[in-house]
Design a protein around this ligand. Structure first.
Ligand code: ADP
Ligand code: GN1
Ligand code: MG
Length: 367
C-alpha cells in the first residue's frame, strides 16, 4: 500500500487541481479499486482511485461510460431541482483534458470530487435507511431509462451471466491451482447442487420475457452515499459496471448485501440470516421509483434476482479463493472462503422465503 500511495502522489501534477501538497489516506471498503482521499491544507478534498487492472481491461471504456452517464444524470437532477454536485459524481479531468492518467505500471488513475458530509454503510442501521437506498437505486434506473444503451461499453463482459460464472467456477474447481479444493469440497458441492437454477434469468432474457435495461450492476449499500445528518440517500457511486443488464441484477444484488443480518465476511453462522423486513423495505423504495416501468414478468424476476445474485456472488468468491485471490481485495488467506460460506448460508435461508418475496414484490408493484 505504501508503494501505491507513492504512485498516487506521483499522479497529482497531472490532474487539474490547485494543489499537489496534501495528505493521502486510504478510503472506503471497496473490494476492487484502490481508493484514496486527498486532503489539501486549503481547498476541497478529492477522491483519487486506481481502477483495478484485473477487473477492468479497458479503463477507457469505464471512463467513457462514467462521463456519459454522469452527464445525463446531472441534467435529470437539475431538471428536478436537485444539486448535481452532491447527487452525482463529478469527474475531475487531467490538465490535458483526458479523463484518466496512466502510471508507470500501466494502471489507470481517475479523480472525482469528494462528496463531503456523507457516510456509506456495510449494513443498514434500519429498514428506513435500506428503503432510502431502494429509492436511490430505483431512481438511478428510472433516470437512465431513456439512456441509449447501445452507446455504453460492456466494461466486464458477461458480468452477471450466471451460467458463465458457473463455468468459470467449474474450471477453477477442476484446475485447483492452489490445492485449496480439499479444504472446501463441502461448500463446492453446495454451490454445484444448485447449478440447475443458474440459467433462470439469462434464459428468460433470451426468450424475450424480461427486457434489457441500463442498470448499475453493483448495487451494494456502500455504493450509495447517505447524507451524514439525515441519512437520506444522496448519490449513487461506483459507476464502473453501469451497462445493459436486468433490473433483477440491481434489485437482487442490493438485497444480497443489505437484507442480511450480518456483513459479507461474518463467519459466525448463528449471525447470518436473511431479513425479510429489510427485503420488504428495499422493495418498497425501489418499486416506488420503478414499478411503473416494469412488466409483470419483470416484477416476478426481482425475487429470483435476490437468489441469483447471492448464488453468483458466493460462487465468484469461491472461484477467487480456488484461483489464489487474484480478483477481490482480501485481508487474509481465508477471506474469500469466509465470504463464500457466508453467502451460502444467506442463500439457504433465503430459499425458505421465495414465495413471500414473490408475493411482496407483486403486492408492491400493484400499488
Ligand atoms: P470499489 O469499486 O473498490 O468499490 P468505489 O468507487 O465504490 O470503489 O469507492 C470505494 C468507497 O470510497 C465507496 O464505498 C465510498 O465510501 C468512497 N467514495 C468513492 N467515491 C467517493 C466520492 N466521490 N465521495 C465520497 N466518497 C467516495
Ligand atoms: C465488488 O467494487 P465493489 O466492492 O463495490 C464487485 C461486485 C461484488 C462485490 C461483492 C466490479 O463490488 O460485483 O458483488 O464486490 N465489483 C466488481 O462485495 O466486480
Ligand atoms: Mg464500491
Amino acid at each position: 500500500m505504501e508503494n501505491l500511495v507513492e504512485t498516487a502522489r506521483a499522479m497529482l501534477p497531472l490532474f487539474d487541481i490547485p494543489f499537489t501538497d496534501c495528505e493521502i489516506t486510504q478510503h472506503g471498503n471497496g473490494h476492487i479499486n484502490d481508493t484514496f482521499l486527498l486532503t489539501p491544507a486549503k481547498g476541497k478534498p478529492v477522491i483519487l482511485q486506481r481502477v483495478s487492472p484485473v477487473a477492468f481491461h479497458h479503463p477507457e471504456y469505464v471512463m467513457s461510460n462514467m462521463l456519459s452517464v454522469t452527464r445525463t444524470l446531472r441534467t435529470v437532477i437539475e431538471q428536478r431541482g436537485g444539486d448535481p454536485d452532491r447527487e452525482a459524481l463529478t469527474v475531475i479531468p487531467l490538465k490535458s483534458g483526458e479523463s484518466f492518467a496512466v502510471s508507470k505500471d500501466g494502471s489507470a488513475w481517475r479523480m472525482t470530487a469528494f462528496i463531503d458530509h456523507t457516510v456509506s454503510r456495510d449494513l443498514p442501521d434500519s429498514p428506513e435507511m435500506f428503503g432510502e437506498s431502494g429509492h436511490a437505486f430505483g431512481r438511478f434506473q428510472h433516470d437512465l431509462s431513456d439512456f441509449p444503451a447501445d452507446t455504453l461499453y460492456e466494461t466486464i463482459p458477461h458480468f452477471h451471466d450466471t451460467p458463465s460464472r458457473l463455468n468459470a467456477f467449474r474450471e477453477a474447481v477442476e484446475k485447483d491451482v492452489c490445492s485449496r479444493l480439499s479444504g472446501c469440497q463441502e461448500l463446492v458441492d453446495l454451490y454445484l447442487a444448485r447449478a440447475g437454477r443458474a440459467g433462470l434469468l439469462t434464459d428468460a432474457l433470451a426468450r424475450g420475457e424480461i427486457p434489457l435495461r441500463v442498470t448499475h450492476n453493483d448495487t451494494k449499500l456502500n455504493n450509495v452515499l447517505l447524507d451524514a445528518e439525515s441519512f437520506k440517500a444522496l448519490c449513487v457511486i461506483d459507476l464502473d459496471t453501469v451497462m445493459p443488464g436486468l433490473s433483477a441484477y440491481d434489485f437482487g444484488d442490493a438485497i444480497r448485501f443489505g437484507a442480511s443480518t450480518a456483513v459479507e465476511d461474518e463467519t459466525d453462522p448463528e449471525k447470518i440470516h436473511f431479513s425479510f423486513p429489510m427485503f420488504s423495505a428495499f422493495a418498497q423504495g425501489y418499486l416506488a421509483e420503478t414499478g411503473s416501468l416494469f412488466t409483470p414478468a419483470e416484477v416476478d424476476s426481482l425475487a429470483v434476482g435476490a437468489w441469483m445474485m447471492t448464488y453468483e456472488c458466493g460462487m465468484r468468491f469461491l472461484t477467487d479463493y480456488l484461483s489464489g485471490d487474484v480478483y477481490f481485495h482480501v485481508a487474509h488467506d481465508r477471506h474469500n472462503l469466509d465470504r463464500a460460506w457466508n453467502q451460502m448460508l444467506l442463500l439457504q435461508d433465503m430459499e425458505r422465503y421465495q414465495d413471500e418475496m414473490l408475493a411482496c414484490v407483486r403486492t408492491l408493484a400493484a400499488q
